[in-house]
Design a protein around this ligand. Structure first.
Ligand code: PEP
Ligand code: MG
Length: 586
């Protein structure tokens, strides 16, 4: 079977499928023969716990609502002995070596199909009871073993196949074991994809039904550039895939030497390269890739990893201090929380999906939640005494928000002074990712210390393309003339206002687009760490003067296709252009 999606994290990975349905939160996979007995024991244990729980519920209901209501649970108790459910699940574990959760879901699917065929509505509705019992069994299975531990016992590299993967799920997995990630949902700038790129795991998103069509345990080969996914490929196809994997690896090795070289164009223009990271622990790895600092720390990922606990001032202070110390002597730009209201309230913040694209998020939300904002700002100001730190506000749409944000920082500093600690001055900048901010960049440049262009959001809002909706993702076009004009506008406003302007959106991670941005006059970039060695190689082989000419041509182009032609003329064909998104997107 061959599926095609959107390559969102480059690289090639081959491994056994581990299936995750977020609705059920159950991982589905095939276990080695030696662990079949353990799965049968887990099933038995979960059944015993479920029986106790249902009996207790039955007794409670009988006491408070009358014995006749308690009997409702007799049907559920019977199901715990039913051959079609428990017996079938045990057979599946024995015969197909699927884990207990998979086996139960398989049995539930079969029973549901039978109930669907029934004429009798009463019978059809009993499907819900079986699902309830299976839900309880799975809940109790989770209590019999942490999925992360189960994961440890599986053989070889794994490909996680999921309907959706949130950053908090990835954070819980052992990345060393992950050969690739494959999701039904998603598109290029999904936060999961960003995370996949930063941990260097190939990923394909937007496959729509991979999690239902790929069986647990199947061998899956994933190409994170072309978006190709092969399931149980024949020998020859698999050999070709593995040969591609080896070539890619050799190519990546050949880029290693660039890590330690300066990012400077062939005609001597110095470029500052920094890294986008999501966890303070990523800073040392980013430094190894050859960056000068951290250009974007997405602080909201603290919530994805640690939940509400990450909201206290002290917990954040510890995280930011660790971050600035491990990035030293490089500077760190921390973006204040860019989340929605719901994400702040839930324990394991699912950072994507519910971000409220046009709603209360980013600086807007921070300004309405004074306590949360003040705690974050105090933590940042305290950490600034331990290294070079800048504060950046996300999702600013106009001057009022920048001013309000600055006042909030001043208040946080006053509180600290009242406590007896005097924080150092900290540069305050903003993301330019809302078109209204780009249009008023000249006004903002007069009051901000720096800009960082967030092309991921800027493109989606300029082009009115939801970056998480795979049905419109082909309209998400960084080369649209409107984007080039907007970027130029912001770059000029920064130059005239004498403030630095960086680009931290994914556009900077693409070597061809990076060259175009250099041609548009930008000199600072923050990108996914894995993209740094290739970015250096490309920058060192390109003349800024030629990039400027190509950018001029691109700015006169009428369509994205014309812009692309101008770019291809600039870049020599071959590996470098091949590694760019420009050629693989279409
Ligand atoms: C952006 O919008 O370009 C950006 C860097 O921020 P995020 O992707 O986290 O929204
Ligand atoms: Mg953004």
């Amino acid at each position: 079977m061959r599926l095609t999606g959107l390559g969102v994290s480059p690289g090639i990975g081959v491994g056994k499928a581990l299936v995750l349905k977020s609705g059920t939160r159950d991982l589905r996979f095939r276990v080695p023969p030696a662990l079949v007995g353990r799965e049968l024991d887990r099933l038995d244990e979960a059944r015993a716990r479920s029986r106790d729980q249902i009996q207790q519920i039955k007794a409670r209901i009988a006491q408070s609502a009358g014995a006749e209501h308690g009997y409702l649970f007799d049907a559920q108790l019977l199901m715990l002995d039913d051959a079609m459910l428990i017996g079938a699940a045990a057979d599946t574990i024995r015969q197909e070596r699927l884990n207990a959760e998979s086996a139960l879901h398989r049995a539930l699917d079969k029973i549901s199909a039978l109930f669907d065929q029934a004429e009798d509505t009463y019978l059809r509705e009993r499907k819900g009871d079986v699902a309830d019992v299976v839900g309880r069994l799975c809940m109790n299975l989770r209590a019999t073993g942490d999925p992360a531990d189960l994961f440890k016992d599986l053989d070889g590299p794994l490909v996680l196949v999921a309907d959706e993967i949130t950053p908090s799920v990835i954070a819980q997995l052992d990345w060393q074991r992950l050969a690739a990630l494959v999701t039904d949902a998603g598109s290029w700038t999904y936060h999961t994809a960003i995370l996949a790129r930063s941990i260097h795991v190939p990923a394909v998103a937007g496959l729509r039904n991979a999690s239902t069509t790929i069986p647990p345990g199947a061998l899956v080969a994933v190409d994170g550039v072309s978006g190709e996914v092969l399931v149980d490929p024949e020998g020859e196809l698999l050999d070709q895939f593995r040969a591609r994997q080896r070539r890619l690896h050799a190519y990546e090795q050949s880029l290693e030497e660039f890590r330690s070289l300066a990012a400077v164009t062939d005609d001597g223009v110095e470029i500052r390269l920094e890294a986008n990271i999501e966890s303070p622990d990523d800073a040392p790895r980013a430094r190894e890739r050859g960056v000068e600092g951290i250009g974007l720390f997405r602080s909201e990922f603290l919530l994805a990893n640690a939940g509400q606990a990450a909201l206290t001032e002290d917990a954040q202070f510890a995280a930011y201090r660790h971050l600035v110390e491990s990035a030293a002597p490089g500077r760190v730009t921390v973006r204040t929380f860019d989340v929605s209201e719901t994400q702040l309230r839930i324990d394991h913040a699912a950072i994507e999906g519910t971000r409220a694209p046009l709603g209360l998020r980013g600086i807007r939300l921070s300004l309405t939640l004074d306590e949360v904002f003040q705690a974050q700002l105090r933590a940042l100001l305290r950490a600034a005494s331990f290294g070079a730190l800048r504060i950046m506000f996300p999702f600013v749409s106009g001057l009022e928000e920048l001013r309000a944000g600055r006042q909030a920082v001043e208040r946080a500093a006053e509180t600290l002074r009242a406590r007896g600690t005097s924080p150092p001055p900290v540069p305050i900048g903003i993301m330019i990712e809302v078109p209204s901010a780009a249009m008023t960049a000249d006004l903002l440049a007069a009051e901000a210390d720096f800009f960082s262009i967030g092309t991921n959001d800027l493109i989606q809002y300029c082009l009115a393309v939801d970056r998480t909706d795979d049905r419109v993702s082909r309209l998400y076009e960084p080369l649209h003339p409107a984007i080039l004009r907007t970027v130029r506008l912001v770059a000029r406003a920064g130059r005239r206002g004498r403030i630095p302007v960086a680009v931290c959106g994914e556009m900077a991670s693409d070597p061809a687009l990076l060259t175009l941005l250099v041609g548009l006059g930008l000199r600072e970039f923050s990108m996914t760490p894995a993209a740094v060695p290739l970015a250096k190689q490309v920058l060192r082989s390109v003349r800024a003067a030629d990039a400027r000419v190509a950018a001029g041509r691109a700015l006169r182009a009428r369509t994205a296709a014309d812009v692309e032609r101008a770019l291809i003329q600039l870049l020599a064909p071959g590996d470098r252009a091949g590694a760019s998104n420009v050629q693989t997107r279409k």
